[in-house]
Design a binder for this molecule. Structure first.
Ligand SMILES: [Zn+2]
Length: 72
């Protein structure tokens, strides 16, 4: 029985908009999908890193909402 779990990586861009990439894990396979533009790919290793990369490159979103409190 494959174990399915999801997590997400969210980053804010300079305009304060939040972009979310879903990381879906099914057994050893991981799929990442961007909620903003629909971009998706399989990432076996370090899906979070790839998600961050996409957010930074495609949406210029590099601010970790959990890591900074300047917005609140
Ligand atoms: Zn995207």
């Amino acid at each position: 029985m494959p174990e399915i779990s999801t997590s997400k990586v969210s980053r804010r861009d300079q305009h304060g908009r939040e972009h979310v990439v879903q990381v879906r894990r099914r057994g050893a396979q991981r799929t990442i999908r961007c909620e903003t533009c629909g971009w998706r790919r399989a990432a076996q290793f370090l899906p979070w890193l790839k998600a961050e990369e996409h957010l930074a490159q495609a949406h210029r979103a590099t601010v970790d909402p959990a890591g900074t409190r300047s917005g609140r």
